[in-house]
Ligand binder design. Structure first.
Ligand SMILES: Cc1cc2nc3c(=O)[nH]c(=O)nc-3n(C[C@H](O)[C@H](O)[C@H](O)COP(=O)(O)OP(=O)(O)OC[C@H]3O[C@@H](n4cnc5c(N)ncnc54)[C@H](O)[C@@H]3O)c2cc1C
Length: 571
């Protein structure tokens, strides 16, 4: 029997209501398109709202010597030159304009004495570059974009999860989803789709990411024939909370270090001296995360296996003004007053540099009609992202995706969705209810997190990665047979059963790519290949679907033009 479903139609469907999705929606609306925005949670609750430290843009308000060239150079160096240089160039060029635009739309940033947007220091940035609102920048960004988008008139579908992209031949024609509240299905017809679903942090046990980060967009795109790129590059943020256990992984913003926070080990030694004496605490995240991890592994860690981060040498009023969320977070969750003593911190899975391969100019994937932006897309950050470069990425490439998706929709004639695809999608969703035995999705998720944490973590080697891949195959078999009890009315176990499919696809892509890259670069650290390998410096790992098999190939990075080469080579 065919499941009943409702149908909605838009020129453009945007999956995800974080910064990338909302900025794409605003641009598509400005082009006159009809736009639907779908999100798994409530509008305004996307991951972007959690962003704390700021938006990187070379506005030169604090350091006059900063400009797009220095931002471009820092981004490329931070990404260990694996970045799509054209994306890095566009990003450095366009982010100041995108921030000014945000301000014109009502965002209230912290100010310099002469009334300009205030900018703060952050790891890997040569100048004070992060435009911020205390440590609640993401909240201000989401509020502004949301107000503007709602005012311009997009339709929003909240607490609605997309489970499958629908195609008409080779091109995108729509998407299938369900309402989380009542479990009913919904089909969206659309000429273009923008994926803006963020990352995959929930596949690891210790993570700063929320429940929404299950890699859905990457897995949906992969299933529809899109390529994934650089999946081995997973960022472990150096500073997450380590104690008490219930809050392990929650982010301690880099702004603490940006504002002068100092890292020490249990012996009181400022250990960054040994890992990056020049930049110290403001070294890039990959370096600081490995440093803390190494200190703990070699017996110099804190009581709970991390490092101390101290900002209490600054005046208490200053700390409360510049880091209000951190002050409250530690007060309420750990009973620590950060104006009086140190925080205990350790690495936490934070951000995905890899993702859906897109064209630098248009954010288009290799599937006609499918676009991707934000954390779900790859390219800009290469092997390691600099803090603050995500929020500017969302604005710059969210806008470009919306623009290109609208142009594409205008050129596209009517498309049709074959009902068999919908039937297959609803059948697959309902199967877990029909099983009388099988694992609980929660058990499979727990084991997946352990597998990724233990075998595909900060430091990797061939033996662990092989073991991880082996475990993932077993987990895939268990996930395909999970049992769900209860009804379709707001049933988190059922939702997780679906999310597991995405997490497993993306985790496999990560482990496979990590095994393939036999060198250490940026966030990818191979104990068995500890050095850079020149041969790998020109290669991206590309993952694509071949029937039911995941295939990996190499792609040679295009040569950088001479003028850009000169910029990155300057000291
Ligand atoms: C605690 C924290 C602090 C951070 N601080 C900073 C910072 O200061 N500066 C910086 O540059 N970066 C920061 N980052 C990173 C940055 O916030 C994220 O990379 C960025 O917000 C991602 O935005 P996005 O638009 O790609 O995705 P998100 O904002 O996560 O939005 C994803 C959207 O997709 C929806 N979605 C997902 N799957 C589905 C599905 N199947 N169906 C329907 N909808 C779906 C979700 O509901 C959500 O609406 C921080 C991250 C964290 C976790």
């Amino acid at each position: 029997m065919t499941e009943k479903y409702e149908t909605r139609e838009h020129d453009i469907l945007i999956i995800g209501a974080g910064g990338a999705g909302l900025r794409a929606a605003i641009e598509a609306l400005a082009q006159g398109a009809s736009v639907g925005v779908v999100c798994k949670s409530l509008l305004g609750k996307a991951h972007t709202v959690m962003a704390e430290g700021g938006i990187a843009a070379a506005m030169s308000n604090v350091d006059a010597a900063d400009d797009w060239r220095t931002h471009f150079r820092d981004t490329m160096r931070g990404g260990k030159f694996l970045n799509n240089w054209r994306m890095a160039q566009i990003h450095a060029h366009e982010s100041p304009e995108r921030v000014r635009e945000l301000e014109q739309w009502g965002a209230l940033f912290d100010r310099t004495a002469d009334g300009n947007i205030l900018q703060r220091a952050f790891g890997g940035h040569s100048f004070k570059r992060l435009c911020h609102v205390g440590d609640r920048t993401g909240l201000e960004m989401i509020r502004t974009l949301q107000d503007r988008g709602v005012h311009m008139g997009f339709d929003v579908y909240m607490e609605c999860a997309i489970t499958r992209l629908l195609k008409d031949g080779e091109r995108i024609a729509g998407a299938l989803g369900y309402w989380r509240e009542n479990g009913r299905f919904i089909v969206f017809k659309a000429k273009s789709i923008v994926i803006a679903t963020g990352g995959i942090g929930k596949a690891w046990r210790i993570t700063s990411n929320s429940w929404e980060y299950t890699g859905d967009g990457m897995a949906l795109a992969y299933d529809a024939g899109a390529e994934l790129m650089d999946m081995e590059f997973v960022q472990f943020h150096p500073t997450g909370m380590v104690w008490p256990p219930g809050v392990q992984g929650i982010l301690v913003t880099e702004a603490v270090r940006g504002e002068g926070g100092v890292l020490t080990n249990k012996d009181g030694e400022r250990f960054m001296q040994r890992y990056d004496p020049k930049k110290m605490e403001l070294s890039t995240r990959d370096v600081v995360a490995r440093a803390i991890y190494t200190e703990a592994r070699e017996g110099r860690g804190t009581e709970h296996g991390g490092a101390y981060l101290d900002i209490s040498h600054k005046p208490a009023e200053y700390v409360k003004k510049k880091l209000p969320s951190m002050y409250h977070q530690f007060r309420e969750l750990a009973d620590v007053d950060i104006t009086k003593g140190p925080m205990e911190v350790g690495p936490t899975c934070h951000y995905m540099m890899g993702g859906i391969r897109v064209d630098a100019e248009s954010a288009q994937t290799n599937v006609p009609g499918l676009f991707a932006a934000g954390e779900a897309a790859a390219g800009l950050h290469g092997a390691n992202r600099l803090g603050g470069n995500s929020l500017s990425d969302l604005l710059v490439f969210g806008r470009r995706a919306g623009l290109a998706a609208a142009a594409q929709a205008k050129q596209t004639g009517p498309t049709a969705i074959d009902d068999a695809q919908v039937k297959d999608g609803t059948r697959e969703m309902l199967e877990p209810f029909e099983r009388s035995d099988g694992d609980s999705p929660y058990d499979v998720h727990r084991d997946l997190q352990e597998t990724m944490q233990n075998y595909v973590g900060i430091f990797r080697n061939e033996e662990d990665l092989d073991r991880g891949l082996n475990e993932l195959q077993k987990l895939k078999q268990r996930a395909a047979k999970v049992r769900v009890d209860g009804s379709r009315l707001f049933n988190p176990g059922w939702h997780l059963a679906r999310d597991l499919k995405s997490m497993l696809t993306v985790s496999e892509a990560v482990a496979l790519s990590a095994l393939e890259r036999r060198e250490s670069r940026g966030a990818h650290s191979r104990i068995d290949y500890p050095n850079y390998d020149e041969q790998w410096s020109k290669l991206n790992n590309i993952i694509a679907r071949d029937g039911e098999t995941m295939r990996l190939r190499h792609r040679t990075i295009a040569e950088m033009p001479e003028d850009l080469k000169q910029i990155v080579e300057q000291t």
